[in-house]
Design a protein around this ligand. Structure first.
Ligand code: TGC
Ligand code: FAD
Length: 394
């Protein structure tokens, strides 16, 4: 009899992971199974982020997991960090987004560009989930091109005054602190862009839920308004000096997304494979029909390619040799692959595929946001185009 490959590890990546990496992955997989899966369908339908999960994420060290233990973080390597993102997104892209933003876009800049005082004040609370953070880079007219931002930071007596609007901000309405990127010099001069650690209870700061989403429904997406928000000098991230700094944060988050997309794809593939084995149509299970077999073959091939890329990327990140261009390639291709796998899984499930009781369509809708945020598919294509030709085509 031909071998039957259950599970989603066709090229035996398990043999490449260390015991600690596998332990981390299995712990988070179990937590997602026990804590996320029972609540995610309802949260999705009710369009709310399941906040009760945050404490557990903190307890298990999922927030800023690759940052040092001295700040209350888990101090894991980047492969283990990637596996956490994979397992969270196996549950839902909104859950992974929460952790990505908190860890890669809020904790990382405080760690990398903050003062020691800022690190001690914020990192332990963010790691435990006692404080929630968001990252405000995108503006209504500056999405793919954040260098043009018009949010300003102007000097005042002893500090700064912030004015502007940030759009599409994950965790925006439920955050205690926002990392705000603002122009301190002439609009368009990207060397004037600096980061600020802004408590969200300051006068002039407000957040409004983004209405009308049809994707990432179990995630808080908001617009931030800053109207004459006064902050002290100590709120600036001292080591920021231009657009490069927020882009460095994006590299961290995009790395996690390259792994996360695998999780969503694996969940869809697993669901499709199981369904195909059980669903009998005409004279047997649809798993025995040629069209469904090539569909499943395409899915497992794409996932396997993505796993190999993410694995190699993780080892390079731990070696210190990973480049932003390599991250762009992995984010771009793994998310594209996951979109395709989710769509094909939904189709394989027939009518049931449009129900929330199955996860394929939820993942499919979520992944459309993942395709767009953190640099659209097109923008990562242009980043790669620049890397190979030396010519910027933005
Ligand atoms: P450009 O001149 O190319 O770059 C300015 C400086 O930054 C350096 N750099 C990077 N450094 C680290 N990591 C990266 N990824 C970097 N990309 C560029 C670059 O070398 C340069 O350094 P230096 O020393 O010469 O000053 O800047 P540009 O204005 O031409 O822009 C290039 C472009 C289009 C690639 C960039 O603007 C871009 O990536 N746009 C996409 C915007 C984006 O991704 N936004 C994401 C917002 S956050 C979000 O979506 C969160 S979703 C929630 C979740 O994550 O779950
Ligand atoms: P645009 O930049 O207007 O792009 C529109 C279209 O034009 C796209 O197809 C794009 O690929 C294409 N395009 C753009 N430039 C070019 C070009 N030069 N050549 C060819 N085609 C081009 N941002 C944050 O700062 N923080 C967050 O927490 C955050 N969370 C998000 C959560 C969600 C659910 C979403 C949807 C977005 C989030 N974003 C966040 C914003 C996200 O990063 C932007 O949506 C993204 O960068 C694209 O910007 P845009 O939506 O303005 O699209």
């Amino acid at each position: 009899m031909a071998p039957s490959f259950k599970g989603v590890d066709f090229y035996d990546l398990d043999s490449l992971f260390s015991d600690e990496e596998k332990m981390v992955r299995d712990t988070i997989r179990e937590w997602v199974e026990d804590q996320v899966m029972p609540v995610i369908q309802e949260a999705y339908i009710e369009r709310r982020f399941p906040r009760d999960l945050i404490a557990g994420m903190g307890e298990l060290g999922m927030l800023g997991a690759n940052l040092p233990e001295e700040y209350g973080c888990a101090g894991l390597n980047n492969v283990a960090y990637g596996l956490i993102m994979q397992e969270l997104e196996r549950g839902d892209s909104g859950i992974r987004s929460f952790a990505s933003v908190q860890g890669a876009l809020v904790m990382y800049p405080i760690y990398a560009f903050g003062s020691e005082e800022q690190r001690r004040e914020w990192l332990p609370r963010l790691a435990s989930g006692d404080a929630i953070g968001c990252f405000g880079l995108t503006e209504p007219d500056y999405g793919s091109n954040p260098g043009g931002m018009v949010t300003t930071a102007r000097r005042s007596d002893g500090g700064w005054v912030l004015n502007g609007t940030k759009m599409w901000i994950t965790n925006g309405s439920m955050s205690d602190v926002a990392i705000i990127w603002a122009q301190t010099g002439e609009i368009g001069d990207t060397s004037g862009i600096r980061g600020f650690v802004v408590p969200t209870d300051l006068p002039g700061f407000s957040a409004r839920d983004q209405k009308g989403k049809l994707s990432l429904l179990a995630s808080d997406t908001s617009e931030l308004h800053l109207e004459d928000v006064e902050i002290p000098e100590s709120a600036i991230l001292p080591e920021t000096s231009g657009l490069k700094n927020p882009l460095m944060c994006l590299t961290q988050a995009r790395y996690g997304i390259a792994w996360g997309a695998l999780g969503a794809a694996m969940a869809c593939y697993d669901e499709a494979l199981n369904y195909a084995g059980e669903r009998v149509m005409f004279d047997g299970p649809i798993a025995g029909k040629q069209i469904q077999q090539t569909r499943l073959a395409d899915m497992i091939t794409g996932i396997t390619q993505g796993q190999l890329m993410a694995y190699r990327l993780g080892r390079m990140k731990d070696d210190g040799t990973m480049t932003p261009f390599q991250v762009s390639m992995a984010k771009r291709t793994n998310v594209d692959m996951a979109c395709e796998v989710a769509r094909e899984a939904r189709r394989l499930l027939g009518g049931n595929g449009i129900l929330v009781e199955y996860s394929a369509m939820r993942h499919m809708a979520n992944l459309e946001s993942v395709y767009t945020y953190e640099g659209t598919h097109d923008i990562h294509g242009l980043i790669l185009g620049q890397a190979v030709t030396g010519l910027a085509a933005y």
